[in-house]
Design a protein. Structure first.
Length: 320
């Protein structure tokens, strides 16, 4: 959701010069992470995406007009949010886990995917105007959004506490952050959770959380390395990517983006009544079962957010 969009790719630039290396089968690929490591992430334009094959019975679920067109018009945020959607090293090719999953779905439906990056708010404008057949862009299912859109889930919506590498500190609940200095982005779900936890600590006689805010996204990590904060609390995908790419931090706790109320879930989003949500869910179930979905999440360091099946319009984050 807009208030929780992941950190910009500039985060990776903090250490990019030291992280770019060659690997692969003869052809040099630009990666982030330890050179030659199984956790190295390819950020070159040549992605060698995991691809799927058409399944006729699932493709038949797609509305006739779209089958005849032969393309699936997918909206995605133009923001640079590694590893979900960002620009490769050529600064023009869009790559990321969201594009990979959308491609797998399109392959299963026997359609060519047409990616159209736009600003966050225009993703929903595009759905409303039928410019897009769907959006794969880290969209969280919410009760409010379910009034206008249909959802087929494909990833958990998790948050993560990220701290310096080597710490034995782990976060499992409110008492574990009592007296700690933690940074968070203003106006986000994670801020609400942290503020609630701080109040719970005070009520229980423990120290409150010292919450810090910064003007720039990259300042979170500079403050973490300098010891000015104990942890950063943000979207799990961004933290997982930063852990893999920089090698200086670790995740010490994961929590639902919906807090204690509901497990947040990320979903393929389509205009309500478009006739596509069933096709998306069936395609997602197929790639989950054949293992290609797991390969996509693994290559982007997001295996912890895997779902066992796609759900259509599950309980979402409650209305404010």
């Amino acid at each position: 959701m807009k208030t929780r969009r992941t950190l910009v790719a500039a985060v990776a630039a903090l250490t990019a010069s030291a992280l770019l290396g060659g690997c692969g089968d003869g052809d040099a690929q630009e990666t982030v992470g330890s050179k030659g490591s199984k956790n190295a992430i390819n950020i070159s334009p040549d992605q060698h995406r995991v691809r799927g094959k058409k399944v006729d019975s699932i493709a038949a679920k797609v509305p006739a007009a779209i089958r005849e067109r032969g393309t699936l018009r997918i909206g995605g945020s133009a923001d640079a949010s590694a590893p979900l959607g960002f620009y490769a090293t050529d600064d023009k090719t869009r790559i990321g886990s969201e594009l990979d999953i959308a491609t797998l779905v399109a392959d299963t439906l026997g359609l060519k995917v047409d990616f159209q990056p736009v600003s966050w708010e225009n993703l929903f404008v595009g759905l409303d105007s039928s410019k897009f057949d769907g959006v794969f862009s880290n969209v969280t299912v919410t009760e409010e959004r379910k009034e206008k859109y249909d959802f087929a889930t494909y990833r958990l919506d998790d948050l993560a506490f990220e701290a310096k590498k080597g710490t034995s500190w782990r976060v499992k609940g409110p008492k574990d952050v009592a007296g700690k200095t933690i940074s968070v982005a203003s106006g986000t779900n994670q801020e609400k959770i942290l503020v609630d936890w701080s109040k719970q600590n005070e009520k229980a006689g423990r120290k409150p959380v010292d919450i810090k805010y910064f003007q720039k996204d990259t300042d979170y990590y500079l403050a973490l390395q300098s010891g000015r904060i104990d942890a950063y609390f943000g979207p799990n995908p961004t933290s997982a990517y930063h852990v893999a790419s920089a090698g200086q931090t670790q995740i010490i706790g994961r929590f639902s983006g919906g807090g204690d109320q509901v497990q947040g879930k990320i979903a393929a989003t389509t205009k309500k009544g478009s006739g596509l949500v069933g096709a998306y869910a069936a395609a997602l179930d197929h790639v989950i079962q054949d293992g290609s979905y797991a390969k996509v999440l693994k290559r982007w360091g997001l295996s912890s957010e895997a779902v066992k099946k796609s759900e259509i319009n599950p309980p979402g984050l409650p209305k404010p």
